[in-house]
Ligand binder design. Structure first.
Ligand code: UD1
Ligand code: CA
Length: 453
């Protein structure tokens, strides 16, 4: 949407979180609450976003980063109206300004767009989003004239007994005409029960100045759910999880047990992939089509191809190619690039390594700091010995090498194309092409030994 800017209020401490960390930095599925709000505001095309910070401002600023948004500082938290005043320079008189909260992470771009469209169609000075709730305690109540038109917002603490019964509440999300907001902020006072500058008081001021104010009523209150405590953080996580899983299923992913599947908002999963129960799929993970994931897999920031089976294993910051199978009980550590049709079996750990197509690492093996070619066979219990206590060294294993069981490859070392390593060998020198390397004591037979003993 054109001519739109957003202000996100995030200066409050959030005492009820009982945390060393500012409230808006608490995470839902690995993404901070304020980042959700920023992402939705940018999705609906806000040309500029200003985040008002105050409590532990430096920490919030650093976590959000300077690229995406501008910041305004509210030194003392004197109310939501006061918070917006701190962003005065950001308010453009010819633009619409949407106000959002950093602790209301479930808001969506679609709803913001709906609000702005409604606001523009009605040519309002301000439009708020209201909702009908069973328990209006603590919210601002929307008071209407007998003809149903908007009269004012009254905060619960300032409301009369009669006003306290009004179940239409202010969700706290607004769209303002920039010029009207600017002039109304100048007239705001803190003459109320909390001694705060209330942003919703600007509505009455705008109305009295001759502009129209209206409320867009919604029946879906989940988007306006505000997080004030850890219990509410868990509730918001549950709502977000449901939303993410539903969207994936609508796009063709099978999730066997959505209640027991935790997928982050920025994860992508292809069509006909099946996610079994107990999976945690995190950060910017991309999973292709026709995969079988889990049960009980933890996948963080991975790029996984098509037709991959990833069972009960952990993987992070790495790539897995098409049709490769991983697990059960494998551990893929950062910076690994595993090719196509590879087998990474049980109790295999791979770290900072490249594994070529068609290679089989079937069981009980450590591959660290290694460059593996194609079609290599790792015997059970192979260890790349990459660390001498001080430095790490690389192992190079070329195409079609066959490594017998229980071999140690002491790096730096290279096994050339087509070579074989005998079971139980400890390889400390490079192995040439197409040879068999044996590095172990020869077996002796001592006749009659048992009886003599
Ligand atoms: C506010 C509204 C109320 C509405 C409710 C919806 C006011 C006065 N009341 O009440 O009508 O029903 O939201 O949730 O606006 N903040 C600052 N600086 C401040 C004060 C607040 O940045 O000085 C931020 C907070 O960090 C928070 C947001 O503004 O993210 C809302 O503030 P909060 O104190 O929770 O307002 P409510 O009392 O919930
Ligand atoms: Ca609140």
């Amino acid at each position: 949407m054109d001519n739109l800017k957003a202000i996100i209020l995030a200066a409050g401490e959030g005492t009820r979180m009982k945390s060393k960390m500012p409230k808006v930095l608490h995470q839902i599925l690995n993404k901070s609450m304020v980042d959700y709000v920023i992402d939705e505001a940018s999705k609906c095309g806000s040309e500029d976003i200003c985040v008002v910070i105050g409590h532990k401002a430096d920490m919030v600023r650093e976590a959000i980063g300077e690229q995406k948004v501008k910041f305004a500082i509210q030194k003392e938290q004197l109310g939501t109206g006061h918070a917006v005043m701190q962003a005065e320079d950001f308010i453009d008189e010819n633009k619409d300004i949407v106000i959002l909260y950093g602790d209301t992470p479930l808001i969506t771009a679609e709803t913001i767009e709906k609000l702005v469209a409604f606001h523009r169609e009605q040519k309002n000075g301000c439009t708020i989003v209201s909702a009908i709730v069973d328990n209006p305690t603590g919210y601002g109540h929307i008071i209407r004239n007998t003809d149903g038109s908007f009269k004012k917002n009254v905060e619960h603490k300032d409301a009369t007994d009669e006003e306290k019964q009004v179940k239409e509440i202010n969700t706290g999300i607004y769209c303002f005409d920039g010029a009207k907001l600017k002039s109304a902020l100048k007239k705001l006072t803190n003459n109320n029960a909390q001694g705060e500058y209330y942003l919703p008081d600007t509505l009455e001021i705008i109305l009295n100045d001759g502009s129209s104010v209206n409320a867009m009523t919604t029946d879906d209150v989940t988007e306006f759910f505000g997080v004030n405590s850890r219990v509410q953080l868990a509730e918001a996580t549950e709502l977000m999880k449901k939303r993410i899983n539903k969207k994936l299923m609508e796009n063709g992913v099978t999730i066997i047990d959505p209640a027991n599947t935790y997928i982050d908002a920025d994860v992508t999963i292809g069509c006909d992939t099946i996610v079994y129960p107990g999976c945690v799929i995190e950060k910017n993970t991309v999973i292709g089509e026709d995969c079988k994931i889990g049960p009980n897999a933890r996948i963080t920031n991975m790029i996984i191809g098509n037709g991959v089976k990833f069972q009960a294993s952990t993987g992070m910051d790495s790539k897995v190619g098409d049709r490769t199978t991983v697990g059960p009980y494998a551990y893929i550590r950062p910076n690994s690039n595993i090719g196509e049709d590879v087998k990474v079996g049980d109790f295999v750990e791979i770290k900072n390594s490249n594994v070529g197509n068609g290679t089989k690492i079937s069981h009980l093996t450590y591959v660290g700091d290694t460059d593996c070619g194609e079609r290599i066979n790792f015997g059970c219990g192979t260890v790349t010995v990459n660390y001498d206590g001080k430095n790490k060294f690389r192992t190079v294993i070329e195409d079609d090498v066959f490594i017998g069981c229980n071999a140690n490859l002491v790096a730096p070392v290279t096994l050339k194309k087509g070579s074989y390593v005998a079971a139980g060998s400890t390889i400390t020198k490079d192995v040439p092409e197409d040879v068999l390397a044996v590095a172990r004591a020869r077996q002796q037979i001592i006749e009659g030994w048992t009886k003599k003993k």
